[in-house]
Write a protein that binds this ligand. Structure first.
Ligand code: PMP
Length: 361
């Protein structure tokens, strides 16, 4: 039987590879490959999940009013400009579905998050990759790549997998220079790790061409429940709500996220721990001859001498029960991305990298 072809672009999509969670035949495994919060979600969020067990036969809220209000209260935002999705992945997807399509271009950076390209291709648009400068987003390269067909520009700030960040003045210059039919999407999946950074929320309020996306999967420790959100000018929210399915988030996910965002003490504790342990890990790896870029997120990008060395180190770490992330798919073949775990995991990974550099295989 002849194969029925999908629409153009779909077969160009490389399947997204999530971080592994287990290793065959190895026990006591620590997963440091998906930038998860090693402490899990706040106890208040866990309690909220338990309470929803009695409501499982009910359809969830369609407008997510309670969660949007909680986010608005805690971040000082306007609830009417918030949209919630199944992870920020889904908000990215809504944006591509609504604004990109055949004949349109979507810009992402050289070492940018994989979903920008995937969602663009699903929508039928053309992804355009622009170079970075020393693993840092380069505003001029982005502006040079824009044309009459550019509909979206995605930048993550902090960026994954580099951990680097660009300043708000640069972002504002980018927003200012974009063509009129183009939206700038500021992906703030790791914004909570940067003390005092609003992820670009104020810029969204000042301009009609900027959207911010955020997630509960990282600092809030709710990756398993899949909740993300976007903050955008009201007309954009009105567009995105037409693309969104009516019951996209479960009642359990909504309740957990609402409790998590209100638990500021837990958020601060997790942020402080991450800041302290990230500095410790970067220094420990550098002492073993593996420098890391200055990270502002909950992971470090460890640089090896070559692709072969990075892969050999990854293989050795796996033999020791440690799962980190290869990032060759992000054009960083000589690097490994390592999530900042709890103190014991940081010590273990630093020790094992040291053993590897000392000749262990
Ligand atoms: N943006 C960036 C930069 C990410 O690293 C991730 C997760 N890896 C996401 C968005 C999507 O996260 P989620 O869908 O879990 O919110």
């Amino acid at each position: 039987m002849a194969q029925i072809e999908p629409k153009p672009g779909i077969m160009e999509i490389a399947l997204y590879e999530g971080g592994k969670a287990t290793l065959d035949g190895v026990s006591n495994v620590v997963k440091l490959s998906s930038n998860e919060n090693p402490y899990g979600p706040s106890p208040a969020a866990q309690e909220a999940v338990r309470r929803t067990v009695h409501e499982l036969h009910r359809y969830p809220s369609t407008d997510h009013a309670a969660l949007r209000q909680a986010i608005a209260d805690m971040h000082g935002l306007d609830a009417a400009r918030i949209i919630c999705g199944v992870g920020s992945d889904e908000v990215i997807h809504f944006l591509c579905q609504a604004y990109a399509g055949p004949g349109s271009e979507v810009i992402h950076t050289e070492h940018g998050f994989a979903m920008y390209r995937i969602s663009t291709l699903v929508a039928g648009g053309t992804p355009v990759e622009v170079p970075e400068r020393e693993r840092v987003t380069d505003v001029d390269s982005i502006l040079n790549a824009c044309n009459d067909s550019t509909r979206l520009v995605f930048i993550a700030n902090p960026n994954n997998p580099t951990g680097t960040m660009i300043g708000l003045a640069e972002i504002e210059r980018l927003a200012e220079g974009l063509p009129p039919q183009c939206l700038l999407v500021l992906d703030g999946a790791y914004a909570e790790y940067v003390e005092g950074y609003d992820g670009g929320a104020r810029l969204v309020e000042m301009r009609d061409n900027v959207v911010m996306t955020r997630t509960f999967s990282k600092l809030y420790g709710l990756g398993g429940l899949r909740v993300g959100w976007g903050y955008a000018p009201k007309p954009v929210i009105d567009v995105l709500n037409r693309v969104r399915g009516p019951f996209n988030l479960s009642g359990t996910a909504l309740a957990a996220a609402e409790a998590a965002v209100r638990d500021t003490a837990y958020v601060e504790k997790c942020r402080d721990d991450n800041t302290r342990l990230r500095a410790w890990l970067s220094e420990a790896l550098a002492e073993h001859g593996v420098p890391c870029d200055t990270s502002t997120a909950n992971f470090v990008l460890a640089r090896f001498g070559s692709r072969e060395e990075a892969e050999a180190c990854d293989t050795y770490l796996q033999s020791q029960g440690l799962i980190v992330r290869r990032v060759a798919g992000y054009k960083l073949p000589n690097c490994l991305r390592i999530t900042v775990g709890d103190e014991a995991s940081c010590r273990r990974v630093a020790y094992c990298v040291g053993q590897f550099k000392a000749g262990a295989r």
